[in-house]
Design a binder for this molecule. Structure first.
Ligand code: NOJ
Length: 452
């Protein structure tokens, strides 16, 4: 195959400077496997129910990362990235009685030590959706106590890992945990109730605030923040009704999570929910949630389009004739730049890390190579989108591609591949795709620039 062209950014771009952090990201349930040595989580249960996962698969083996972590770290190092973003499996490090699972904790300690030995900074996510099932049995994120259990778990992890982590993120995408998991039921634990979704969101945000305090206390040198996903909401037409619908969708799906963190309140759309559907907010909750953060992690994949209608005043519209990824998500890098600019204008944000961005493609291994032209275009255009946002004054400090390697894509199972590295699930062999080589090439060029 021809030499792969590296991704390119203007030579004077902030992103080409040494202190801008490039990385790759994964999450525990999606790659680890080795389920025998951890507590079952809500995703194990969800996967066991026929029909929930598109290919009927589960996370029992995944990428077998727990047994292959050393070679995976070498793979990460070979890309030339500054950062690896991973998540801790709650049920691997904490037993059902709340005590520490030494074996599980030692796995992460060894992993972080090895990454640090390679001078790779580690962004540790404390919760990437794998709630222990025994906590779900007591109500999961419906139960306010789960927020306190999360703070206890976080404290134990932070005391053990300490400054081995460069940064901690309390939660990854609480929108998905709350809305997809408790409100529409397409993710674990599969509940379908608006009330449950809103209650889960509140307890997740409370858990975030409580865990932030633990990070501050026990790893004062590490950065502390959260990772939120944003799918910017666009109006289908320029009618006032559609513009209003897009704003409502933005409030319900995006600002529901950001506004409490920044301003200590839920967006106005909360007032259009019936009393019975609103979460119970106890005195002091919003102050806990509003705790100052060192950074905001932003995950961006696509935008959504809305028109007036539906119970809450907005409904999705699928537009035709636009480029889409294998997830059927519209490819829209311009919306990424606008999102970053708009959020920075509307809120007094801390510095931003792009903690995820990437695309699923129907990759195939041919003669030992995986060529992924759509992902190449996607990543190139989205890197430029971040560059444009920075040029417009947005304070972005890093960009992490999702994902290091193909993995368990939740309700889609293993059929949707997001990796820069291809995984053959029968042999567990890893193969760099063209996009990995283009990323590697750009990072090598940046490294050479910094040595001039
Ligand atoms: C967001 C999630 O954090 C990650 O787990 C998932 O695989 C990607 N988006 C792609 O859907």
């Amino acid at each position: 195959m021809n030499q792969i062209q590296p991704f390119t950014l203007p030579g004077d771009s902030t992103m080409m400077q040494k202190d801008f952090l490039f990385g790759v990201a994964t999450a525990s349930f999606q790659i680890e496997g080795d389920y025998q040595h951890r507590q079952p989580c809500i995703w194990d249960t969800f996967c066991s129910i026929p029909g929930n996962i598109a290919d009927g698969s589960d996370g029992k083996t995944a990428c077998d990362h727990v047994n292959r972590w050393k070679q995976d770290v070498a793979l990460i190092a070979s890309l030339g990235v500054d950062v690896y973003r991973l998540s801790i499996s709650w049920g691997r490090v904490i037993n059902e009685d709340g005590s520490l699972n030494r074996r599980g904790m030692d796995f992460y300690i060894a992993l972080l030590d090895e990454l640090n030995r390679h001078h790779i900074k580690v962004f540790v996510t404390l919760y990437h959706w794998d709630l222990p099932q025994h906590l779900e049995d007591k109500g999961g994120w419906q139960n306010r106590e789960t927020a306190f259990a999360f703070a206890d778990y976080s404290r134990l992890v932070i005391q053990e890992l300490g400054d081995r982590a460069y940064a901690y993120s309390t939660l990854n995408e609480p929108f998905c945990s709350a809305f997809l998991g408790y409100e529409v039921g397409i993710h674990a634990p599969g509940h379908k109730s608006r009330k449950k979704g809103r209650v889960a969101a509140h307890h997740l945000l409370l858990a975030h605030g409580l865990a932030m305090a633990e990070i501050r206390r026990h790893a004062p040198k590490a950065l502390a923040g959260i990772v939120l996903n944003f799918s910017p909401a666009y109006a289908f037409t320029s009618s006032d009704a559609d513009i209003k619908a897009a704003r409502l969708a933005h409030e319900y799906h995006n600002l529901w999570y950001l506004m409490p963190l920044m301003e200590g309140r839920y967006p106005d759309i909360i007032n259009s929910l019936s009393e019975a559907e609103r979460p119970e907010i106890l005195a002091g909750d919003m102050d806990i949630i509003k705790i100052n953060m060192d950074y905001l992690g932003i995950n961006y994949y696509t935008r959504n389009v809305y028109q007036a209608g539906g119970e809450l005043g907005f409904e999705d519209v699928r537009i035709d004739n636009v480029p889409r990824t294998a997830m059927d998500w519209e490819i829209c890098p311009g919306a990424f730049t606008e999102l970053l600019k708009d959020l920075s204008q509307e809120f007094n944000l801390p510095p931003i890390y792009i903690t995820e961005n990437g695309a699923a493609e129907d990759d195939a291994l041919l003669n030992g190579e995986v060529h992924d032209p759509m992902r190449l275009d996607y990543l190139q255009s989205h890197l430029l989108a971040v560059h444009h946002a920075i040029e417009n004054g947005v304070d972005v400090k890093g960009y992490f591609a999702w994902s290091l390697m193909d993995n368990f894509e939740w309700a889609e199972g293993y059929r949707k591949r997001f990796g820069l590295v291809y995984v053959d699930y029968t042999t567990q062999q890893r193969t760099l795709k063209s996009s990995a080589k283009a990323y590697q090439g750009m990072l090598a060029y940046r490294q050479a620039l910094s040595q001039k």
